[in-house]
Design a binder for this molecule. Structure first.
Ligand SMILES: Nc1ncnc2c1ncn2[C@@H]1O[C@H](COP(=O)(O)OP(=O)(O)OP(=O)(O)O)[C@@H](O)[C@H]1O
Length: 252
């Protein structure tokens, strides 16, 4: 059974069928790319997969359980986390605190023990601090631990956003156009970050991307969307040579 399976999900905004009978399967550890021209419905699909929008029909099953109707934070707890097209960090907090907030989504001490600062609180806080610093090491960002998120260079803000999503310990990570606005050097660093995630975490990744070369270079499977419908699906080689893809996506 697939880790994430969307079956015939649809959504309409007024008269516009933004997503129409969309199907998707992502297996454990698989890296799947979701591509398509502007307005094809990619972000809307992410919003349905993460509980921001409720599909008007169909089902979404994550690790054997339906997530339709669940709140975004419940879906995070069930194992799906995401990043956004426009970076959403706690900009006035440090890099370390941004990671800690994500790490704490699954609290291991009671509210009372945190208010009273009981030993269980300090014990967990110490473990959390160490784990978060190790996380930053992995992303080569420990030197930035005390930097305010807003003062990071753009590429590092993206990296922090991805690291923060990973700190919730997801089974699947969904990245919404992570290379948007990046220069070639930052895009290269992003690709290294994605390889690093694949090497160090046992998780699936669903990647929305405009940068064709990035998707083609790293994804095992690519799903191409146009006007809310899947027009092609397959390996990079298969989709690259699909005439519908060439027509709608590359405009040829
Ligand atoms: N909340 C909304 N209300 C009305 N229309 C919406 C809403 N969200 C998305 N749409 C419309 O649905 C369609 C799909 O939009 P979506 O943002 O999912 O596309 P996309 O493939 O992610 O595009 P881009 O690559 O530009 O981000 C577009 O026509 C968009 O205008």
């Amino acid at each position: 059974m697939a880790l994430l399976e969307a079956s015939n999900i649809s959504i309409q905004f007024g008269g516009l069928k933004a997503v129409d009978q969309f199907n998707l399967q992502v297996n454990d550890n698989e890296l799947v790319g979701l591509i398509g021209p502007n307005g094809a419905g990619k972000t809307t699909i992410f919003n349905m997969l993460t509980g921001v929008y409720l599909p008007s029909g169909g089902d979404i099953v994550l690790d054997g359980k339906s997530i339709v109707g669940k709140k975004p934070y419940e879906i995070v707890k069930m194992g799906a986390s995401r990043t956004f097209q426009n970076i959403r960090l706690f900009k006035e907090l440090t890099v370390l605190d941004n990671i800690k907030i994500a790490y704490h989504h699954d609290l291991h001490y009671s509210t009372l023990s945190s208010i009273l600062r009981l030993p269980s609180y300090w014990k967990y806080e110490k473990i959390a601090q160490e784990s978060c610093l190790e996380f930053l090491d992995l992303f080569d960002m420990r030197d930035y631990a005390e930097t305010l998120a807003k003062n990071l260079p753009y590429g590092k803000q993206r990296k922090l956003e991805i690291a923060r999503a990973l700190a919730t310990k997801p089974k699947i990570l969904m990245l919404d156009e992570p290379a948007a606005g990046m220069n070639p050097h930052e895009t290269q660093e992003l690709m290294e970050t994605i390889s690093l995630i694949r090497k160090n975490f046992n998780i699936a990744i669903l990647l929305i991307e405009h940068d064709m070369s990035l998707v083609m270079g790293i994804c095992e499977k690519i799903v191409v969307l146009d006007y809310g419908r899947v027009i092609a699906e397959g390996t990079a080689e298969e989709t690259k040579n699909n005439k519908d893809v060439i027509r709608v996506y590359l405009g040829e």
